[in-house]
Design a binder for this molecule. Structure first.
Ligand SMILES: Cc1cc2nc3c(=O)[nH]c(=O)nc-3n(C[C@H](O)[C@H](O)[C@H](O)COP(=O)(O)OP(=O)(O)OC[C@H]3O[C@@H](n4cnc5c(N)ncnc54)[C@H](O)[C@@H]3O)c2cc1C
Ligand code: FES
Ligand code: FES
Length: 486
């Protein structure tokens, strides 16, 4: 057991003993004089606080842009952090900084450091390309209030074509020092502002939670961070799970895909897309690059939100949730986890170990549609995710139609599903499902959408599913026009 947390800030090893478990990286950096990292929204939306976090994972360095405002310092044990101050100097600027100057990409100077850090991280992202959509995705988590995106995008393209940066020469040195930090020890700090327990194994985690079932599990903190920065909540005992190897595992099994509870959306996205291409595409729209770099798939499920994007998709795909309490493990159908608003099937001391998505049947049709006011960085008003399977005669044998935003929990449309079973997937079946889905839900009116809008959209998404999966000309045009998820 260690009683410190350790990480590198630039070239400096930082060893902290007295630290609040919910101190944000942003506050810590700024208190140390690293004021190039800005505070804009303090809730993960604007990207002004973006920093570069490097971790050693399976022997390789993983470079990620992260929102420092909703990342707790306590989650960074074993990591390497770079801020704008580490990037370059006036005499030797980083290629991104040169490109921003040459393309006139820096205007107000407040959002610029965050943009630069996202751009520097993107250059280090495996498979990063300079095409327009990829760059838009990479920068969607950075807001420029004066809408000066065009020169910033030009700068990104220029930087993608530039030569190596100072980090390229240091890869081995960084890997070496991060290896030296990996001692496999769990951490416990107790202080006036709360207790921090960092488990180093699933066994440790199970013990910690059995001893204190009230402790707060923290995965990516893209929800929990806001409880602190916006909700002003004090958390007595914080348990970051990012160092638990069993929970970090993303494994392909003969049955499908098993996503450990500490696996982020960014790391899971391609594997999910292999099974469910439409879900992979949808994940592009979940938050932003910075959010997906921290947010875990299981955190999106565990929080029980009725408007999370993942749960309806995974329910439609017939996913299973694996839970553990002490030494006892159990598995449930994901849909059974959601009991009522704010109430999930999770016992005190129990935690989510993993989510398992089965390989869809060969003839399965799957689509997921997110309806929100903006393409990026927006919470869904309605999310519809649908899977149907048919027999040799084209009759529907399985129908799983799941929605978010329509009820107090993510929920299947049982009436619409029943209306489809045994029928051929044709116009009549569609009409039956459309009528039934209106009876399945009594949604609320809130700031995102009215009840009428939600009902109308829920039925119309079924029409869209029909159009796309029965291959009409209109559907083909919608797809090739790039409008599939708008
Ligand atoms: C700017 C921004 C944009 C966002 N956009 C979207 C969006 O488009 N779509 C969307 O669905 N969500 C969005 N979110 C919400 C959030 O990113 C997701 O819900 C995310 O997946 C939560 O995962 P996390 O790892 O950050 O969870 P955390 O914040 O760490 O935890 C969330 C909850 O789950 C619990 N928990 C975490 N792991 C476990 C576990 N293993 N066992 C038991 N309980 C656990 C925690 O105690 C907490 O109650 C957004 C958030 C932000 C800040
Ligand atoms: S300050 Fe806006 S994302 Fe952090
Ligand atoms: S250049 Fe900073 S907000 Fe537009």
């Amino acid at each position: 057991m260690r009683q410190t947390i350790r990480f590198y800030l630039g070239e400096d090893l930082c060893t902290l003993r007295d630290v609040s478990p919910t101190l944000t990286l942003l506050d810590w950096l700024r208190e140390r004089g690293r004021t190039g990292t800005k505070e804009g929204c303090n809730e993960g939306d604007c990207g002004a606080c973006t920093v570069l976090v490097v971790r050693l994972e399976e022997g390789r360095l993983n470079w990620r842009a992260v929102n420092a405002c909703i990342q707790f310092v306590s989650m960074l044990d074993g990591a390497q952090i770079y801020t704008i101050e580490d990037l370059g100097t006036p005499d030797a600027p980083h290629p991104v900084q040169s490109a921003m100057v040459e393309q006139h990409g820096s205007q107000c100077g407040f959002c610029a450091p965050g943009f630069v850090m996202s751009m520097a991280a993107y250059r280090k992202t495996e498979g990063a390309s300079a095409d327009d959509q990829a760059i838009d995705d990479a920068l969607a988590g950075n807001l420029c209030r004066c809408t000066g995106y065009a020169p910033i995008v030009r700068a990104m393209k220029q930087a993608m074509a530039a030569g190596p940066d100072r980090f390229d020469a240091q890869v081995e040195a960084i890997a070496e020092r991060l290896t030296a930090l990996q001692d496999g020890k769990s951490v416990r700090l107790e202080g006036p502002e709360g207790t921090l327990s960092i488990p180093a194994s699933a066994e440790d985690l199970a013990e910690i939670l059995m001893a204190d079932p009230e402790a707060t599990i923290v995965a990516g903190a893209t929800d929990v961070g806001l409880w602190v920065t916006k909700g002003m909540r004090r958390l007595k005992h914080v348990v970051p799970i990012g160092r638990v190897p069993e929970l970090r595992a993303l494994s392909r099994t003969p049955e499908g895909l098993r996503i450990g509870a500490a696996v982020t959306y960014q790391d899971a996205r391609l594997a999910i897309a292999e099974l469910l291409p439409d879900a992979g595409e949808m994940i592009r729209r979940l938050g932003s690059t910075q959010v997906r770099n921290s947010a875990t798939v299981c955190g999106n499920v565990a929080n029980g939100s009725p408007i999370g994007d993942g749960p309806p998709m995974f329910i439609a795909a017939n996913a299973t949730l694996h839970l553990r309490r002490g030494a006892e493990c159990r598995s449930i159908a994901l849909e059974d986890y959601f009991i009522a608003y704010g109430k999930q099937d999770r016992q005190p001391g129990e935690f989510v170990e993993a989510l398992a998505i089965p390989i869809p049947a060969q003839n399965a049709l799957f689509r997921a549609y997110k309806i929100s006011k903006r393409f990026d960085q927006d919470i869904s008003a309605v999310l519809g995710a649908f899977m149907i399977e048919t027999d040799d005669q084209g009759r529907i044998t399985t129908a799983r139609l799941a929605y978010g935003g329509m009820a107090a929990t993510p929920k299947r449309a049982s009436g619409a599903e029943a209306a489809l079973l045994g029928r051929v997937w044709d116009e009549d079946a569609l009409e039956a499902a459309r009528s039934a889905v209106l009876e399945d839900f009594a949604p609320l009116t809130d700031m995102r959408a009215s009840a009428w809008y939600r009902q109308t959209v829920a039925a119309n998404l079924l029409t869209r599913f029909f159009e796309e999966t029965t291959g009409t000309e209109q559907a083909r045009l919608a797809r090739t026009g790039g409008l599939a998820h708008v």
